[in-house]
Design a protein around this ligand. Structure first.
Ligand SMILES: C[S@@+](CC[C@H](N)C(=O)[O-])C[C@H]1O[C@@H](n2cnc3c(N)ncnc32)[C@H](O)[C@@H]1O
Length: 229
């Protein structure tokens, strides 16, 4: 009997650890743990994700181009840029865009820097948490934040910062973790309605959700103001 109890206790502890470190990637243990986990896996992140350049045209470049519309020489900020997914896809497709990729994980940024070397005149990488953002208000035409809101200590605080640095008329492109994987985030899980309300509280309008990747929706919203750049 004691052996059975010990076995069950070990199983429960193992499941809890798996949920804390793998399923929810450290989010219930604080920002430093999340960032540390990304730092230790940075060298194999791209191998795990296997982003396909053709898919990235559809998943990243097209929504970015649609959100920018006729904006000339657009300034983009990609929050939680990781290994540079958005800067790489956008710099390759939009010649006039300048892009800042921001992330708190130094080694993720080091991988990004290697891949983005050909674009170094138009792409800057900044190490910082998502909130507060080290930029002046109204500095960017578009802010993107893909596959990351669920990892921030406060998604609402991070969104407020993204909205602050957007110019009036600028657009936000973010993702919402969905499906059963999203539900594993318990209190951090956002239904579409909850995220919509959060964006409305930030004063955003024209909020639209799209099916995007497995376990992620894409949400596009606009900051009220002059749509012209
Ligand atoms: C799943 S990756 C997404 C990376 C990239 N956006 C993509 O789609 O490939 C999540 C990223 O969020 C970053 N991150 C997590 N918490 C952060 C925080 N509080 N501030 C800034 N970056 C953070 C991690 O370092 C990691 O690079």
């Amino acid at each position: 009997m004691p052996a059975l109890l010990i076995g069950l206790a070990l199983l429960a502890a193992g499941l809890l650890l798996y949920w804390l470190l793998v399923s929810t990637e450290g989010v219930f243990l604080g920002r430093r743990v999340v960032v540390w986990l990304y730092d230790v896996t940075a060298h194999r992140y791209d191998r795990i994700k296997q982003y396909d350049p053709a898919d990235e045209q559809l998943l990243v470049v097209r929504p970015v181009a649609d959100a920018l519309g006729a904006c000339r020489q657009p300034r983009l900020l990609d929050v939680a840029t990781g290994t540079g997914r958005v800067p790489l896809a956008v710099a390759g497709a939009l010649d006039e865009a300048t892009i800042v990729g921001l992330d708190d994980a130094e080694r993720m940024l080091a991988v990004a820097a290697g891949k983005l070397a050909p674009y170094r005149r138009r792409v800057a990488l900044v190490r910082s948490p998502a909130a507060p953002l080290p930029f002046a208000a109204a500095s960017f035409d578009l802010v993107t934040c893909l596959e990351a809101l669920e990892f921030f200590p406060s998604d609402e605080a991070a969104l407020a910062e993204m909205v602050r640095v957007l110019r009036p008329g600028g657009a936000l492109l973010a993702t919402r973790r969905s499906g059963w994987e999203g539900r594993l985030f318990l209190t951090r899980y956002r239904t579409e309605a909850a995220l919509r309300q959060m964006l409305e509280r930030q004063g955003l309008e024209a909020i639209r959700f799209f099916l995007w990747e497995v376990n992620y929706d894409l949400v596009v919203a606009r900051k009220p103001g002059d749509a012209a750049a």
